[in-house]
Design a protein around this ligand. Structure first.
Ligand code: AMP
Length: 406
């Protein structure tokens, strides 16, 4: 990998600024905020422990939720996160209830090798004296420069915000000598970046979900890069309509039909569409349903891919060496329309066992993989929804672009 990673850094005695993704769900217990799910904190431990065990002085920060007014601040403080981090690390974590100023500067200067502090939610900077100023979210240059001045080097391990140019990622990176990827970031770059830049072939992409308009750029980018692009989910019905099929009440984006026609014509057999659907008379798990091949009856809507599509998609996946999957094949939240999505998840486990690299790109497909309990059997489950989408769309992510080259 061409990007600098935390393992390339000289850490001993250095003040190491660390952008982590501690945007965790909180819950109120007896009037106090507590961390409701610490997956993201646990995921960040390897990079934090690496820095501490190599003598770094870790200065941690993250955003947490969205701050739109002063009133949002108390419930979105990093304090409960600091407590949970201390428990997980098994060492004290100093919490500084500020994002700038002498209290923070003093605390950083007092850190010794192997010690760690975390400061307040970076998005506190988005509202100042009641006014929405978005200093963090709009990458105010002075804020990035100030945060950079607090440390010697910068480790960015927050992939989830890599598609945004914020003061706490791109802003700091622009003002500090070295920016390196943490282990989580490194893994995302390796798998998602590797798939779009240099995939082992055949490279098969599976794109599903509700709307063509949300995923059209991904489909276009992947048609250029992949050997096959499978399209399923609600968006497939706009393609079916473009082929002249009747789609009943299925999801349909009329303004995307021409584009769908053009993609079908240009892509040839590279684009693989469903050949049947599970059609239902209402959007409900207990709907009356049947398998439609070709036209869907009036009054019915396609809510899942049918068994022949599952077999077709499996045959396309059979000899794949790289697979990227984003978006469900149907309304997988309803058990009766989850079969297509779950079958794809199971097939991905099989192709992984045969040696393929399999990557799930965040969001609902990740939920499906977790429902199947096979997350650890695939090569990589991306932690970033929006970030992984934009990566697959072929966009440059500001947070990754800002990491120094080796
Ligand atoms: P996305 O966020 O674009 O990945 O879309 C995910 C959503 O698409 C899920 O909530 C699915 O229930 C929904 N979805 C998938 N297939 C269909 C379908 N055939 N009709 C309606 N919604 C669908």
């Amino acid at each position: 990998m061409a990007k600098l990673t935390v393992e390339d850094l000289e850490l001993k005695g250095k003040k190491v600024l660390m952008r982590v993704d501690f945007n965790v769900p909180l819950k109120e217990v007896d009037g106090q905020q507590e961390v409701a799910n610490d997956n993201r904190i646990v995921a960040a431990l390897p990079t934090i422990k690496y820095v501490l065990s190599h003598g770094g002085r870790a200065v941690l920060f993250s955003h947490l939720g969205r701050i739109k007014s002063e009133d949002d601040k108390p419930a979105l403080s990093m304090k409960p996160v600091a407590q949970r981090l201390a428990d997980l690390l098994g060492q004290p974590v100093t919490f500084v209830p500020a994002i700038e100023g002498p209290e923070l500067e003093d605390a950083i200067n007092k850190l010794e090798d192997g010690q760690v502090l975390i400061f307040e939610n970076t998005r506190y900077a988005d509202v100042v004296d009641g006014e929405v100023v978005k200093r963090e979210s709009k990458n105010d240059p002075a804020l990035g420069a100030y945060w950079a001045s607090l440390g010697d080097i910068f480790v960015n391990d927050a992939f989830g915000t890599a598609h945004r140019s914020h003061a706490s990622n791109a802003g700091i990176a622009a003002n500090i000598a070295q920016t390196a990827a943490g282990f989580l970031m490194e893994k995302e770059i390796k798998f998602l970046g590797g798939a779009v830049e240099n995939p082992e072939r055949p490279f098969v992409a599976i794109i599903g979900g509700a709307k063509v308009s949300d995923k059209i750029t991904i489909i276009q980018n992947l048609l250029e890069k992949a050997d096959k692009v499978i399209v399923g989910g609600g968006m497939a019905y706009t393609f079916a309509a473009a082929k002249g099929e009747k789609i009943g009440n299925s999801l349909f984006e009329e303004d995307k039909v021409e584009l769908a026609k053009q993609l079908i014509a240009d892509a040839g057999d590279k684009l693989v569409l469903p050949v049947d659907a599970v059609a239902a008379d209402k959007f409900a798990n207990d709907a009356d349903s049947y398998v439609a091949e070709g036209d869907i009856k009036d009054g019915y809507m396609g809510l899942d891919i049918g068994p022949k599509s599952v077999e077709l998609f499996k045959s396309v996946l059979a000899d794949a060496k790289t697979v990227v999957w984003n978006g469900p094949m149907g309304v997988f939240e309803m058990p009766n329309f989850a079969k297509g999505t779950l079958a794809i998840g199971e097939e991905l486990v099989k192709v992984t066992e045969k040696g393929a690299t399999t990557i799930v790109g965040g969001g609902d497909s990740t939920a499906a993989i977790q429902q199947l309990g096979v997350a650890d059997k695939l090569s990589h489950i991306s932690t970033g929804g929006g970030a992984s989408l934009e990566y697959l769309e072929g966009k440059t992510l500001p947070g990754i672009a800002a990491i120094s080259e080796k």
